[in-house]
Design a protein around this ligand. Structure first.
Ligand code: GRF
Length: 193
């Protein structure tokens, strides 16, 4: 059984997609948010999944936060860390200790509209401002950079006339994110990558 931890900061629709997928051979052991009010934590609790808030605000120094998060993953025998709308930077030590065992979902077709400052609605605002006709989502391994790790899966989504950032974000989530993130986890669980 592949024990995964899902790290979240917001509404948790990607977490919900993983939960609903009921991926064979995968157990969502833990959900961790830096935001005590993240609805994603409610989703986890409602499903009987261990849900914790581990926030930099709870620690005097950032490195103490990083240590606490890493210790929590080890205590729970986590084999794969899934960043699902998680907005806190991962420590170099965690990237090193979980090399090729941390994946992230990004709401664009990397290398477009990614890197520092590109998250949430900002990604879709940039895509609309550039006038792209196709955007989408990417699941990639996390390395020491921002959105720079090896790409696992991508799925394209059409940009439509009149799209607002909110409408486009929703379409990218529905048609791409919520499909490829569970798919990537299943591939890893089945030894496909
Ligand atoms: C959304 O902007 C999504 O595109 C990105 O993270 C944000 C929150 O998603 N992946 P979620 O609803 O918390 O999963």
């Amino acid at each position: 059984m592949l024990k995964i931890a899902v790290l979240v900061s917001g509404g948790g629709t990607n977490l919900q997609a993983i939960m609903d997928a009921n991926i064979p051979g995968v157990k969502i052991e833990l959900v961790v948010s830096n935001n005590a009010n993240a609805y994603a934590l409610t989703r986890a609790k409602n499903a009987g999944i261990k849900a914790l808030c581990i926030s930099p605000k709870q620690y005097e120094r950032r490195e103490l936060f990083h240590e606490a998060l890493l210790a929590c993953l080890k205590e729970n025998d986590i084999a794969l860390v899934v960043l699902a709308g998680y907005l806190v930077n991962i420590s170099e030590q965690m990237v090193r200790e979980y090399k090729n065992r941390i994946i992230n979902i990004h709401p664009s077709l990397i290398p477009s509209f990614c890197g520092k400052g590109y998250y949430g609605l900002k990604v879709h605002e940039a895509a609309l401002a550039r006038g792209v006709k196709v955007t989408g989502a990417t699941v990639h391994f996390v390395d020491e950079g921002t959105d720079t790790g090896p790409i696992i899966l991508q799925k394209a989504v059409e940009v439509k006339a009149g799209d607002t950032p909110e409408i486009l974000q929703r379409r990218v989530m529905e048609e791409a994110e919520w499909k490829i993130l569970p798919q990537a986890i299943a591939m890893i669980a089945n030894g496909g990558i």
